[in-house]
Design a protein around this ligand. Structure first.
Ligand SMILES: NC(=O)c1ccc[n+]([C@@H]2O[C@H](COP(=O)([O-])OP(=O)(O)OC[C@H]3O[C@@H](n4cnc5c(N)ncnc54)[C@H](OP(=O)(O)O)[C@@H]3O)[C@@H](O)[C@H]2O)c1
Length: 333
């Protein structure tokens, strides 16, 4: 039985990766913090593995002790990451420095796994130039601190000789349990269809089950590429996406175009309110940069050559997700 560690197992994608690893017969270790929610981590065969990324010695001890009992990890999928923060330095602390601490610990303990999959993001490439979809060969030019911190981690990985890493770059991931796109779907459900500015936006999406499928492809296949962009292999305008959601919800809406200066002011206010409440709001100035960028389309040539076919094209994925939201009371039917 092969050992797999999935960090960030308490998160949206991590919780699905854990389920997929168990289905595939791995002895599965869910890397969590003491404070992490274990709500989706209750499979009887799952090993919860507490990790302290902030302290090199503690992390090494945790890895060493686990290996003494179960043997080293054959595969590590590093999904722990910070996707929203009110403090920009935090992105680097978590996405770069924690990743480096984990990689160094594995190297120093001579526990280098057969494969290390790093969950980066399309954000580390930044939006496409003009109307051309983003491809793996593009020069990486992230526009947010989040994207820059992921790119810094990728550059760090490239300096680790003989470390068998693959970097997957999902575009927007959606599916059951997801809470950010949920806000947009909830607003469409309430007949409100918002656009920021008049530029038609190109978007791409991938269902969480397909992220898992691609991650396990990146484990099972020989390394053919270090960087792989993940999408459902199609691209959509924002309007096409909203129309699909509305059709699944069976709702009509009132489209409203919010001028960019008003969206910027709203993001500022939302940040102030977030700071007062001690939470990171979905709309903030960093996120607005992503919402405004006109081209998040993905060139899926490498993904297709790699043998990937999505189980959830967007229409089917939205039906599946909205059905889950309804059954779980996250949106009203
Ligand atoms: N969702 C997307 O659309 C998307 C798109 C592209 C790439 N990604 C990448 O995919 C990965 C997973 O994303 P997600 O959507 O599942 O995010 P998520 O739901 O926010 O989960 C993040 C996970 O990382 C853990 N984490 C955060 N800060 C940590 C720290 N300082 N120390 C240890 N663990 C920490 C969280 O643990 P706690 O539960 O303890 O907070 C949680 O398990 C991330 O690396 C993200 O950048 C996501």
């Amino acid at each position: 039985m092969k050992n797999i560690l999935i960090t960030g197992a308490s998160g949206f994608i991590g919780s699905f990766l854990v389920e997929e690893a168990l289905k595939r017969g791995y002895r599965t270790f869910a890397g969590i913090r003491s404070s992490s929610s274990k709500g989706y981590l209750n499979h009887p065969d799952l090993h919860l593995f507490e990790m302290d990324f902030s302290n090199k010695e503690k992390l090494q001890n945790q890895l060493r002790k686990n290996a003494e009992i179960f043997g080293p990890f054959d595969v590590v999928v590093h999904s722990a990451g910070l996707t929203k923060s009110r403090v920009l330095d935090e992105y680097y602390k978590v996405n770069l420095h924690n990743t480096e601490r984990l990689v160094d610990a594995l190297i120093e303990l001579e526990m280098v796994p057969a494969r290390f999959v790093f969950l980066s993001s399309l954000a580390s490439y930044g939006p496409g130039v003009g109307k051309t979809p983003v491809a793996e060969t593009n020069m990486q030019a992230p526009i947010t601190a989040y994207g820059k911190s992921k790119l810094a981690a990728e550059q760090m990985l490239a300096t680790k000789n003989q470390f068998p890493f693959v970097i997957v770059h999902p575009t927007t991931v959606y599916g059951p349990r997801e809470k950010d796109l949920l806000v947009l779907i909830q607003s469409l459900n309430q007949h409100l269809e918002l656009y920021i500015g008049n530029t038609a936006q190109q978007l791409s999406f991938i269902h969480v089950a397909d992220v898992c499928k691609a991650v396990f492809l990146s484990i099972d296949k020989p390394i053919v590429a270090r960087n792989i962009l993940l999408s459902d292999t199609a691209n959509y305008t924002a309007k096409e996406f909203n129309n699909m959601v509305k059709a699944v919800l069976g709702k009509k809406t009132l489209p409203i175009v919010v001028p960019v200066p008003i969206a910027k002011a709203a993001a500022q206010v939302s940040e102030w309110v977030g700071n007062l409440r001690g939470v990171t709001p979905v709309l903030n100035k960093e996120r607005l940069k992503e919402f405004q960028a006109p081209n998040w389309a993905v060139d899926a040539t490498v993904l297709k050559q790699w043998g990937f076919l999505p189980d959830f094209p967007l229409q089917k994925g939205l039906e599946h997700t909205i059905d889950w939201y309804k059954k779980n009371g996250w949106i009203k039917g």
